[in-house]
Design a protein around this ligand. Structure first.
Ligand code: COA
Length: 695
């Protein structure tokens, strides 16, 4: 089967790329395009050429598998195909449907004109894979839309709606039947002998650019792109488009592309890309188990969490009732939702129209009877087993027999919650992260008796709600919070031994975490953290540091009381000598002689417990595969995606080295530093995480 179909529509040739699932520009596609362009160019009966994609989409990028292999790409590379397009004397028009991304959009940018379907999206998302566009993307985008638009779009990697692409000058027209319109457009261009528009020769948008534009933009993204290579190379490359001769600017882009392609950040981000897709696959839930359609949802509890979850449903177009028994609490919850949406409009992330649409789907209710109409009920009440069991008992009586009963618990036993119902096969955990309308992760949790169809439904639901979804088994804290206790716990032991909160957070943030562990504690509330810790089971020979409890006793609950591990002015954290003396007091009580702790030790002490507990989680089958843990940590806990997640990090430094470090630290730091059996096995055999998976 050819991957590029050559089809004649009278005097216009359509080169249709047919390489499912997303028509990625693999070697066979590039060869097919080059051959098709040459054939059409040489045929005097052909007056114009249209490039289109089968399977409802223009190519969504270069073939990630191909460049991830680390091998040099085989000729023809995309640049050679583009050179052939620009060299042909006949109009070449792109017919863009679906998503034209990355190398796919770069291909379209090298056509003389572009017609996009009204529903299409375009973009250069390479930055999300640690790359810069390597086939002239930074050059041609800038020449069509100008450097300001290019900087914003390419450093963020956002998908651009067709209507916006038209405004920016990236496409030339919109159409419903994009291939028919592209054929007509190409034919007209040929008949009118229109001068061919070589995008790489356009110069008006790149002349007279403000001299400090690039320095200012570097400053603007500094905080967000901290530690990353690709965003800054994209800026350099766009700057080259505006300041260097064309050939030199293209050469610079290529050089930076190769630098990024060979970087460890690219490797880690590609790992995350595939890990996120792999996480959706559940070995014992085959693809033929059909998810239940979710047409109506009810969320129980209108607190911050419940409100955020309701927003998720509404944003996805699913009507949702928000239930709260007291009218007052309900009004407060609905008010919070409105405030959140108003914020999105102010920031420009949602239009007023979209917000009105979403709000029209959210209804407040105070009566359990309304639950009968729901396909899924998500409980988000107080984190207490008794309260949850009572709610589930009630839900079981009023919900439709087919309805799924989901709990948003972040730590509690799903089986114990399911036991309050006569339908444990319909009970499942859907652990959203706070703020639920912002955070990407959905950690679904299966109980002992959760049915395959229930699992399939909440996995599919995650995709509908635009979440990154992972399935965990039922244990104390599931994947994410079970590991977290060892990470934050270790931070507090480091405080006892001599570190300061600001040193620990600086090291963690220097590594790339969005926020250090103690700053996160202050944000989430130390009282909440302490309450969860009290419910935790730990081995008899282990202990927690008393520091957290002392802070709570002193009313230092975190940001909400203006004091926690830090003192706060607004949201700015300021080191507080009072906290330091509290910590020093604890060290004295415990007979610990405080010492200077090197940053390297802090990093080691924070990360190893994550890898070690992760290994136990994989060994017990709580995570299906180690890469699921990486997905959880990158999307739910601020672990830098460009370092691949904790398990990937451990494998990169070497599992044998991880074991060696743990053994070195175990004698002085307790049994929690004993390497997990799976880690020891893998270290001994030299195998990696991919050799282990459950199901
Ligand atoms: N190369 C190779 N495989 C790709 C790919 C690419 N550029 N883009 C997607 N795929 C594969 C996915 O791995 C997945 O495979 P699987 O079904 O075996 O798991 C399949 O195509 C479908 O992708 P998925 O992301 O699950 O579908 P979606 O409908 O949610 O999203 C896209 C489609 C195109 C928006 C999304 O896949 C995407 O963003 N792709 C990457 C685009 C990109 O970064 N391009 C630049 C590369 S240089």
């Amino acid at each position: 089967m050819p991957v590029v179909n050559y089809r004649s529509e009278a005097d216009v040739v359509v080169l249709e790329i047919d390489h499912p699932p997303v028509n990625a520009l693999s070697l066979a596609v590039r060869e097919g395009l080059l051959a098709g362009l040459k054939q059409a160019g040489a045929d005097a009966a052909v007056k114009a050429i249209v490039i289109a994609g089968a399977n409802g989409t223009f190519p969504a990028g270069a073939d990630i598998n191909e460049f991830a292999s680390g091998l040099v790409l085989k000729s023809p590379i995309t640049r050679e195909v583009q050179a052939q397009m620009e060299a042909t004397s006949k109009p070449v028009v792109a017919a863009i449907a679906g998503t034209a991304l990355g190398g796919g959009f770069e291909l379209a940018l090298a056509c003389h004109w572009r017609i996009a379907a009204n529903s299409a999206k375009v973009g250069l998302p390479e930055v999300k894979l640690g790359l810069i566009p390597g086939a002239g993307g930074t050059q041609r985008f800038t020449r069509l839309a100008g450097p300001e638009a290019a900087l914003d779009a390419i450093t963020s990697g956002t998908h651009i709606l067709a209507s916006r692409a038209l405004e920016l000058g990236l496409v030339d027209a919109l159409a419903d039947d994009v291939v028919a319109e592209a054929i007509a457009f190409a034919r007209r261009a040929a008949q009118e002998n229109r001068p061919l528009r070589i995008v790489s020769d356009l110069a008006d948008k790149i002349t007279g650019v403000k001299a400090n534009l690039f320095a200012e933009f570097r400053g603007k993204i500094q905080a967000k792109a901290r530690g990353q290579l690709a965003p800054f190379r994209i800026i350099d490359s766009i700057q080259a488009a505006c300041t260097q001769p064309k050939d030199e600017a293209f050469r610079i882009e290529r050089e930076f592309f190769l630098e990024c392609r060979n970087s460890p950040q690219r490797k880690a981000l590609v790992h995350v890309f595939f890990a996120e897709r792999e996480a959706r696959k559940i070995p014992d839930v085959p693809a033929d188990v059909k998810p239940l359609p979710i047409r109506k949802a009810v969320v129980i509890g209108a607190g911050t969490m419940g409100g955020g979850i309701a927003m998720n449903f509404a944003n996805a177009g699913i009507p949702v009732d928000l239930l709260e028994l007291s009218r007052e609490a309900l009004d407060r919850g609905l008010g919070l939702i409105q405030k959140n949406y108003a914020g999105s409009v102010t920031r420009g992330s949602l239009t007023q129209g979209r917000v009105d649409q979403a709000l029209s789907l959210i209804k407040g209710i105070t009566d359990y009877e309304a639950v009968a109409g729901a396909d899924i009920v998500v409980e988000a009440v107080f984190e207490d087993m008794k309260v949850k069991q009572e709610v589930f008992g009630k839900l079981d009586r009023v919900a439709a027999p087919h309805a799924i009963l989901a709990t948003n618990t972040s730590t509690l036993d799903i089986d114990a919650i399911a036991a309050a119902t006569a339908r444990p096969e319909k009970v499942v955990g859907t652990h959203f992260f706070s703020p639920a309308n912002v955070m990407k992760l959905l950690e679904n949790v299966r109980g002992k008796r959760t049915a395959p169809q229930t699992i399939a439904t909440v996995m599919a639901l995650g995709k509908t709600l635009s979440k990154v979804v992972v399935l965990a088994g039922n244990c104390d804290g599931f994947i994410g919070n079970r590991m977290l206790q060892f990470y934050t716990g270790e931070a507090e032991f480091l405080l006892e031994e001599g570190a300061t909160p600001e040193q620990i957070d600086r090291v963690s943030e220097g590594f790339g975490f969005a926020m250090g562990p103690l700053a996160v504690r202050d944000l989430a509330g130390n009282d909440v953290g302490f309450m969860i810790r009290k419910g935790r089971r730990i081995p008899a020979d282990e202990r927690w540091s008393p520091i957290l409890q002392r802070l709570v006793e002193q009313g230092r609950l975190g940001q909400k009381t203006g004091k926690g591990f830090y003192r706060y002015e607004g949201r700015t954290r300021i080191p507080d000598p009072e906290v330091l003396s509290l910590i020093e007091g604890v060290s004295r009580e415990l007979g610990i002689k405080r010492r200077e702790i090197a940053d390297q030790e802090i990093l080691e002490r924070l990360l190893h417990p994550l890898v070690n507990e992760g290994a136990k989680i994989v060994d017990e089958g709580i995570a299906i595969r180690a890469s699921d843990i990486d997905v959880v940590y990158v999307n739910g806990y601020g672990f830098p995606a460009y370092k691949g997640g904790p398990m990937y990090w451990g494998e990169e430094i070497g599992l044998a080295k991880v074991v060696e470090t743990m053994r070195r630290l175990a004698p002085s730091h307790g049994t929690r530093w004993r390497p997990a059996p799976l880690l020891e096995r893998l270290a001994a055999s030299g195998e990696g995480w991919s050799s282990v998976r459950s199901g």
